[in-house]
Design a protein around this ligand. Structure first.
Ligand SMILES: Cc1cc2nc3c(=O)[nH]c(=O)nc-3n(C[C@H](O)[C@H](O)[C@H](O)COP(=O)(O)OP(=O)(O)OC[C@H]3O[C@@H](n4cnc5c(N)ncnc54)[C@H](O)[C@@H]3O)c2cc1C
Ligand code: SF4
Length: 350
């Protein structure tokens, strides 16, 4: 059995207190929300913080309010279950509800938070292993070693961005609030991420993500499709967030954001240009899907064969766009589950 390393747990009651505690403890401290990502990582000795600043007792971080007219304000501490089931989110931001609702399992969604999902660590087959396993292969760049085992000639880490909600929040035009000793700053979601498996967030270690703001829906329609091996709880090995704004059947604006194909979500800008000004016919969708798959450059460091994942990018983008266009989809559900598995998951959720 893997055990947690020793640490002190601090339980602030407000954001200001949390920021002070984090700053006082310095680099040996980390923030923990639901702990569904961090605690397993600590058991594998990927992180060994001496101090954890727990956010669960901070009520102001758990808010969720808004409407399609005003947009959403979601506290970083809102659980994924709450986001997935919130009536305004489910009715007007169904892509976000879907992405939150297909993270992991019901148990983990009940404690895992949206903020934690946005900040979730990048993943790699050579990294998400026990300490002993990693030691037996000489460790790697991301933790304890000095070479990348996936791309030994490379000076960077290629661990995969594996958040389900990040591509959707990006496609919806959301921004995040970060609070640190110097005060608060707001940045668009794309600015939060960078394509590096180790430094995947442009967030200082002493900053806490406090809120996610989603703009008014303003005619946008969005969806999320997730590829994974086991529909019951796996991380995405491909996530496709697609958003379009249609006027009289013509696509006026589009955003397609791919998850789990790089160390940060990746926007398929060229594909959006293919869609803009066009009707979403099967031909146009086919062309856009072809172009959208180009920025996907998966490596052999996560589940399923990487060239299959690359091929599936085109298929999943096409399915996502067909769903938005109201065209028939070939009998599969967006999380890759069969209809029966979806029903079972729903029953387990209830
Ligand atoms: C078996 C299993 C399956 C999983 N499947 C999926 C999946 O399918 N999709 C998916 O996206 N995730 C998955 N996860 C990962 C995880 O459960 C989710 O990403 C969850 O949303 C993380 O939220 P949390 O509150 O538990 O984060 P934590 O574990 O508390 O934190 C995660 C990271 O974010 C940082 N952090 C958390 N909150 C903040 C904040 N407010 N400000 C600054 N930093 C913060 C922490 O320091 C830590 O580095 C899975 C995990 C497990 C164990
Ligand atoms: S991509 Fe390379 S450096 Fe990064 S976790 Fe995997 S093996 Fe390690």
């Amino acid at each position: 059995m893997m055990r947690l390393p020793p640490f002190s747990y601090l339980a602030p009651r407000g954001t200001g207190e949390a920021v002070r505690m984090l700053a006082d403890a310095g680099p040996k401290a980390m923030v923990v929300a639901g702990g569904t990502d961090l605690y397993p990582n600590m058991k594998r000795r990927q992180f060994e913080p001496e101090v954890l600043v727990g956010l669960r007792g901070i009520r102001e971080l758990a808010g969720l309010a808004g409407s399609p007219r005003d947009g959403l304000r979601i506290g970083a501490g809102a659980t994924l279950t709450r986001v997935a089931r919130h009536p305004e989110v489910a009715a007007h931001y169904p892509a976000l509800a879907r992405a939150a609702g297909v993270v992991s399992t019901p148990q983990l969604r009940n404690v895992g938070t949206l903020g934690g999902n946005v900040c979730v660590d990048t993943r790699c087959n050579y990294y998400n292993q026990s300490y002993e396993w990693r030691k037996s292969i000489g460790f790697c760049l991301k933790r304890d070693g000095d070479i990348c085992l996936v791309a030994p000639g490379s000076s960077r880490c290629w661990a995969v961005s594996s958040s389900d909600t990040a591509p959707v929040l990006w496609a919806l035009g959301a921004e995040v609030a970060l609070v640190g000793p110097a005060g608060e700053r707001r940045i668009p979601v794309p600015t939060l991420y960078q394509d590096d498996g180790i430094q995947y967030l442009r967030k200082a270690a002493d900053e806490i993500l406090t809120e996610i703001r989603v703009p008014p829906s303003d005619g946008w329609r969005a969806t999320y499709w997730k590829l994974r091996r086991r529909g019951a709880f796996d991380f995405p090995v491909l996530g496709v967030a697609a958003a379009v704004r249609l006027e009289d059947g013509i696509c006026r604006d589009a955003r397609i954001v791919l998850g789990a194909v790089a160390s940060a979500p990746r926007e398929a800008l060229e594909a959006a240009r293919v869609l803009t000004g066009e009707r979403l016919t099967p031909e146009v969708i086919g062309r856009a899907a072809e172009v959208a798959a180009r920025p996907a450059k998966p490596l052999d460091n996560t589940d399923l064969v990487y060239h299959y994942r690359k091929r599936m990018t085109r298929v999943y983008v096409a399915r996502a766009l067909r769903e938005l266009a109201g065209l028939p989809i070939d009998g599969v559900w967006p999380s890759g589950m069969s209809a029966r598995a979806v029903e079972e998951a729903r029953i387990a959720d209830d």
